[in-house]
Design a protein around this ligand. Sequence first.
Ligand code: NAD
Length: 371
Amino acid sequence: MVHHVTLIPGDGIGPEVVHAAQLVAEATGVPLEWEVVEAGEAAIRASGTPLPLAVLESVRKTGVALKGPITTPIGSGFRSVNVALRTELDLYASVRPARAIAGEGTRYPETDLIVVREATEGLYSGVEHWVDKEHSAAETVNVITRKASDRIVKFAFELARREHRKKVTGVHKANIMKTTGALFQTAFREMAAQYPDIASDERLIDNMCMQLVKKPSEYDVIVTTNLMGDILSDLCAGLAGGLGVAPGALFGEKTALFEPVHGSAPKYAGKDQADPVAEILSLELMLRHLGEKEAADRVWRAVWEVISEKRVVTYDLALPGYTQRPVSPSSCSAMAKEIARKVPLVDVTSPLPRPSARGTSGGSDSLLETG
Ligand code: NAD
């Protein structure tokens, strides 16, 4: 069956890493028909708006999108296209697995976490204003609703159950934010009681950051609100090997969008130096969502092999300091070609490789299958 997929190349390093993912997709042999639409800076140049209606229409039609990062002007300019896409398409569940790959590029080879983040409200609701004409004070409204909190916490527990995960940790700041924080906390506690088969605990966001850096293997699935989830997922990406290897997915009731955790990395744009793995592993998650498990497993194995061989890796995985065996960095396109070359060759009879905490037999084989 041909899968129709919306493809949003994005800004900065976006087109390079998206092209890399397309190359790997082709190597899987899965029939994918890409519907390419522009959002972000390319869309502004072409049509004067960063998020043309055609983008939303395409994702609503195909139900699935693979996306590159999109630049958001800092401090002024247009509203984030990423935030607008999530709210317009009600992509409420941001799922960001942080899996250390072959122990490379990380001080924590055991890292195997999933951050589940509410993606439509909180401090990203866009409700903000200057208090006075002099711009000496400003307010941003933190919108937290019971409906969205219940929905995201339920999503996290269901995901934990499907993935055979042992624990869900609810993260908030209910000691200080006595309305919004407490509302999320109550939603978490009441939902946790409905999943007696899955352990649950709570952490205040500040303590959570410290705990994660000290002992990431104590945690499993983390669920939290929008801004806290954004920050925690970059932290977890850092534990697992960096933004270059951190994929992501966004789920709504009818649509799913797959994109790396990282942004458009302007300093690497057009230089063919960015790590393509985060986008390639976002493709892997997309293939699982489409029911193409065998192809997804092949992509995961190929990425794992290329990173563990450490012959053809980009600068972030070749850095001295992080690795015992520094190598000279390869280009984004060379690493993508190497992963694509491996896809049909990998040994599919051996157990799927996993971060060391889980071993090869622990955990589930599904990793975010949703179908
Ligand atoms: P960034 O993720 O682009 O970069 C942070 C650091 O990680 C930089 O040092 C960068 O060079 C490095 N990096 C990122 N991706 C990499 C890769 N694939 N390989 C190797 N190194 C990589 O974050 P930023 O600099 O804070 O943001 C740049 C722009 O991206 C901003 O406009 C921001 O709004 C946007 N952004 C978009 C998304 C998205 O589209 N989902 C997410 C985050 C940031």
